[in-house]
Design a protein around this ligand. Structure first.
Ligand code: PLP
Length: 412
């Protein structure tokens, strides 16, 4: 019997059910993944007991010798995998990492040019319901109406007009390669700082299957739990020592107190795993799987936003299927497939309803699925979306999805 089972049977039951859900449902949520047992062991370790305000070698508490080792390892490994010089591994989240960047170089009211939420940007890039939209003057950019891709000439014109102090590039739902070099040229032209938020594509960047922003951006932020496959958390890379000094102050004591040393230890483990060939192959396969799934769905008549994908995710415009994102998400769920409704560029519905669904391949690739399985998954998606009212068929499909998942165990 586990300790949790003994101490808290109610919670233990919820964890068991969640483990079963993760094992037998097909996870196509683009921002999720399965952390390794080693990462989880570090997160669940006694490092959770330690307060360590400050930075390695300069703490406000005694007894930090060994957590210093953990943080030093996380930093040196992050520098290695991202080919970066200045790294802060303390942000508790991706949103917090972005907040620290803003606080380090901006004043309230300054102008940020960033991707609109409905075109693929993240809440923390300037949505009116986020601190970012409340504190700063946000000039949102989107994808071009024709191609549904970024148009760098348009972005240049926009930047010249609004003269932002910071340009944010990077997204939560943009299926195409982002050209960080071109963003840098735009930022330089108008004297703006450049922040590349690679929360979604960090693993692809490490594996070399997506252009790295590190040579170009003043700041690179990421979460550590998406394609990077680490513990839930954030990280910041700075281009110069001067910028890094500002970031360190903004993270602590600016917006955080004690760092989560057990999570930082989990980050160290994940970064070590990310140095290996297996990780690199998985990232390559993640993109191959996304392309395979995308092509199979296109053959079935699905309208893929921008016509395809270059990374780990795709967006389906469901308008030609006469179903909303909300209803599609529900039908997929009944068929055992977990995905999320998503706004599409030039969206006409509310974010609670939406006209799209976002699909991603990091999690199913981690459990070993390949192109052959993507074809099967496309079949199941087609059945679910075209038969959303047919509970019998959805339930039958969920049995097939369960059988597929049991052939690719996550942790067993
Ligand atoms: N930035 C991007 C591009 C994201 O997609 C996300 C999360 O989905 C975040 C930042 C925020 O990360 P967190 O949920 O850890 O605050």
């Amino acid at each position: 019997m586990s300790y949790i089972e003994k101490v808290d049977p109610e919670l233990s039951e919820a964890i068991k059910k969640e483990a079963e859900r993760q094992e037998y449902k097909l996870n196509l949520i683009a921002s999720e993944n399965y952390a390794s047992r080693a990462v989880m062991e570090a997160q669940g370790s006694i490092l959770t007991n330690k307060y360590a305000e400050g930075y390695s070698g300069k703490r406000y508490y005694g007894g930090c010798d060994f957590v210093d080792v953990a943080e030093d390892l996380a930093i040196s490994r992050a520098k290695k995998i991202f080919k970066a010089n200045y790294v802060n591994v303390q942000p508790h989240s991706g949103s917090g990492a972005n907040m620290a960047v803003y606080f380090s170089v901006l004043q309230p009211g300054d102008t940020i040019m960033s991707m609109d939420l409905s075109h693929g940007g993240h809440l923390s890039h300037g949505s009116p319901v986020s601190f970012s939209g409340k504190l700063y003057n946000i000039v949102p950019y989107g994808v071009s109406k024709n191609t549904k891709m970024l148009d760098y000439a348009e972005l240049m014109e926009m930047a010249k007009e609004c003269r932002p102090k910071l340009i944010v590039c990077g997204a939560s739902a943009y299926p195409r390669e982002i050209d960080f070099k071109q963003f840098k040229e735009i930022a330089d032209e108008v004297g703006a700082y450049l922040l590349a938020d690679i929360a979604h594509i960090a693993g692809l960047v490490v594996a070399g299957v997506h252009q790295s922003p590190v040579p170009y951006a003043d700041f690179v932020t990421t979460t550590t739990h998406k394609t990077l496959r680490g513990p839930r958390g954030g990280m910041i890379i700075s281009r110069t020592e001067e910028l890094a000094v500002g970031i360190n102050k903004a993270v602590f004591p600016g917006i955080q107190g004690g760092p989560l040393m057990h999570i930082i230890a989990g980050k160290a483990v994940a970064f070590k795993e990310a140095m290996g060939e297996e990780f690199r192959q998985d990232q390559i396969q993640t993109v191959k799987n996304a392309k395979a799934l995308c092509n199979s769905l296109k053959e079935k008549g699905f309208d893929i936003v921008s016509g395809g994908t270059d990374n780990h995710l795709m967006l389906i415009n469901l308008n030609n299927m006469h179903i909303t994102g909300k209803d599609a998400e529900a039908a997929l769920s009944k068929a055992g497939i977990i995905a999320n409704k998503n706004t599409i560029p030039f969206e006409t519905r509310s974010p609670f309803v939406t006209s799209g669904v976002r699909l991603g391949t990091p999690a199913c690739t981690t459990r070993g699925m390949r192109e052959r399985e993507m074809e099967l998954i496309a079949d199941y998606i087609e059945i679910a979306i075209k038969n959303a009212a047919n509970d019998r068929l959805l339930s039958e499909t969920s049995g097939k999805v369960r059988e597929l998942c049991s052939r690719f165990p996550v942790y067993c």
